[in-house]
Design a protein around this ligand. Structure first.
Ligand code: AOF
Ligand code: ZN
Length: 376
């Protein structure tokens, strides 16, 4: 299963809206074939592994991170392929919460007389797919808040300068996070202040399209000559707004951007939750939020954030008006603090990178109870 999980990871950044899935075929304890799901519309992990195994699959064990599908989607049911390949035993990491599958895959295999074990390394298999699992449970995407800050927590100097705060290793990690995301989101303040590109340029590029770049821009103030708009024909750009200015919207659209219009929220701003839901509806389940403080604060206040990832540069910026990466979270007391669990710490050159999930996670989060723990 550990090897199947490693293969599944290859799909991070490309499988959406499908989950990341890996599979291996075992004979006499050794791996004779492996497969992973690469792109929606293409073969599922287990089908690929079976194809590679060929006649070796007969009587063999198939290990797969997610329950094999029992339905006809863009591809035929994997349970049929498993049966036809004469697999003897299937070891499954976790059930697929897709209502079209959800236990039916395991049931179909057992009905066909195939021995099925369920729940092996279930937590690690779950950890392959936070975005897919959150979307299945809530209809919302998995949201990671990313920030680069000084040792005193500020995102920019008093002058507004922020470029170069994170070192080259940190920059590379940010590009990898983008490559692993289905959408990268910012507020219009960041578009104005930093004029970012938000594309994947460093490191291993994703084997396909760029993530969607999304700007929350209630008044359509993102400049037409910004780097985002100037590159809209080459990398997808969505401007989410509540401005009724159709002429201004057309200016973006003729340059290749897409404009989404929403009714303003109570504070007259683009409703972040509605934008996230729309992204999920479009199959974008992994959203990386790159600021600024207004957007991060809104998402934290509204309970829409799932994870934080903060790079800390070893400098003190000070500055009475230098912003920190969150603003008023609407909490007064220490006990009301938003807690981050299982904090991971990494050194990146001279910088430190901290990341972890926001706690407590919603009820859908850590529910492993549906798996038959101890069955394997
Ligand atoms: C698997 N193995 O590798 C994947 C599965 O439209 P389709 O045919 O690609 O089906 C998509 C659904 O199939 C997806 O929502 C999920 O329930 C399941 N994905 N299943 O057994 C795979 N990618
Ligand atoms: Zn399948």
């Amino acid at each position: 299963m550990a090897e199947a999980i490693r293969w599944a990871r290859r799909g991070i950044g490309t499988t959406h809206p499908n989950p990341r899935v890996g599979a291996v075929v075992l004979r006499g304890g050794s791996v004779v074939a492996r497969g992973w799901h690469e792109r929606a519309g293409e073969a599922h992990a287990e089908t690929r592994a079976l194809l590679e195994a060929g006649p070796d699959a007969a009587g063999a064990t198939l290990v797969v991170t997610l329950e094999p599908c029992a339905h006809v989607g863009r591809t035929p049911p994997c349970v049929d392929a498993i049966r036809e390949a004469k697999i003897h035993r299937v070891v499954v990491g976790m059930l697929d919460p897709n209502p079209l599958v959800d236990g039916k895959g395991v049931e179909a295999l057992r009905r066909a007389g195939i021995d099925v074990a369920l729940g092996l390394r279930a937590e690690e298999c779950r950890a392959l797919n936070p975005p897919y699992l959150k979307w299945r449970a809530t209809g919302l995407p998995w949201v990671t808040l990313k920030s680069m800050v000084s040792l005193d927590g500020r995102v920019a100097a008093a002058s507004g300068e922020s470029r170069g705060l994170g070192g080259p290793e940190e920059q590379r990690l940010v590009h990898r996070l983008r490559a692993e995301s289905d959408a990268v989101l910012i507020g219009s303040g960041t578009a104005l202040r930093d004029d970012p590109l938000l594309t994947v340029r460093l490191g291993r590029g994703r084997a396909g399209a760029q993530p969607w770049r999304v700007v929350l821009d209630s008044t359509l103030r993102t400049p037409l000559d910004s780097r985002l708009v100037r590159t809209a024909a080459a990398a997808p750009l969505v401007i989410a707004t509540c401005s009724p200015d159709a002429a201004r919207a057309r200016e973006y659209e003729t340059r290749g951007a897409t404009v989404w219009r929403f009714d303003p929220d109570a504070r007259g701003r683009v409703p972040a939750g509605a934008v996230l839901r729309r992204l999920a509806d479009e199959g974008r389940y992994a959203v990386l939020v790159e600021g600024g403080p207004t957007v991060h604060t809104t998402l934290l206040r509204e309970g829409l954030a799932d994870e934080v990832a903060v790079g800390i540069a070893p400098v003190l910026l000070g500055g009475a008006s230098a912003p920190t990466w969150t603003a008023d979270l609407g909490r007064e007391r220490l006990e009301e603090a938003i807690a981050v669990g299982r904090l991971a710490v990494r050194r990146l050159g001279r910088d430190v990178w901290l990341s972890g999930p926001i706690e407590p996670r919603a009820a859908w989060g850590a529910d492993a109870s549906r798996e038959e723990d101890g069955h394997v």
